[in-house]
Write a new protein. Structure first.
Length: 247
């Protein structure tokens, strides 16, 4: 049995339902990073280097924050504001950065050498960020825990990652065509902010939901009953709230 069956439809339903909240989080972080990087670039090559560092840090902040945001909205509503979500994710930014950098180096080496080792590492380390944020695991412990969760479901995880990559590639191609008429500097900045804003929350949803499916965590609304949809769960909540509302 594939534990990841329906994960894309579940992620899409949550993405649509909480788009305003999730996109706002991604947009604010991307925009702040892009503005700082653009200002630093005015200082020359050293400024460009510092701007790249700012964007890398922002990527780690976004990863941790979006995992927290997905955890927050799994009950059907967003209880935390953008600021509260970032604050809740802040303690995990350093370990997420450390694990991501180590994983990135190892995966790059694996892809350069024989490709297959790199793909294996991408698969077995697919959920290191959710493991760090949701289980409070350390940098090195997250690798072993992710591998433990993926064990026995590697092909399912790999297939999910490939499909996610294809979707993201298609989105980036479409956005690239849309912004192709703009000047290079403007095109690059807008494409980065808008693409990241649209894509990052969906990626976070997929990866975090994969983690919950593999870890056997509490079911999301979309998993709360046989054939029960996320929308159906929300309707159930609305009905229950109406019954409990004082006359």
């Amino acid at each position: 049995m594939n534990p990841l069956s329906g994960v894309f439809s579940e992620a899409w339903q949550m993405y649509k339902t909480h788009a305003k909240h999730l996109l706002a989080i991604a947009f604010v972080i991307y925009l702040i990073a892009a503005v700082i990087a653009a200002l630093l670039a005015l200082a020359g090559n050293f400024g460009v280097l510092l701007g790249s560092l700012v964007e890398i840090v922002a990527a780690f902040v976004l990863q941790a924050t979006l995992v927290k945001a997905v955890q927050d909205v799994r009950d059907g509503r967003a209880d935390l504001s953008i600021g509260e979500t970032v604050s809740a994710a802040t303690p995990y930014i350093a370990p997420v950065a450390g694990a991501s950098i180590l994983a990135g180096i190892a995966i790059t080496i694996g892809l350069i050498l024989l490709i297959v080792p790199g793909l294996i590492l991408i698969t077995i380390w697919a959920v290191i960020v959710p493991v760090i944020v949701l289980e409070q695991a350390g940098v090195f412990a997250s690798f072993g825990r992710s591998q433990q969760l993926v064990r026995g479901h590697a092909w399912h995880v790999f297939g999910t990652l490939v499909l996610a990559w294809i979707i993201l590639l298609a989105v980036n191609i479409v956005l690239g065509l849309i912004f192709s008429v703009l000047p290079h500097v403007l095109r690059s900045g807008l494409a980065s902010v808008i693409s990241g804003t649209l894509v990052a929350p969906f990626v976070a949803l997929i990866v975090t939901l994969v983690y919950y499916r593999l870890s056997g965590g509490p079911p999301t609304p979309a998993q709360s009953g046989p054939g029960e949809s996320y929308g159906g769960y929300q309707q159930m909540l609305a009905t229950r709230n109406a019954r409990e509302r004082p006359a």
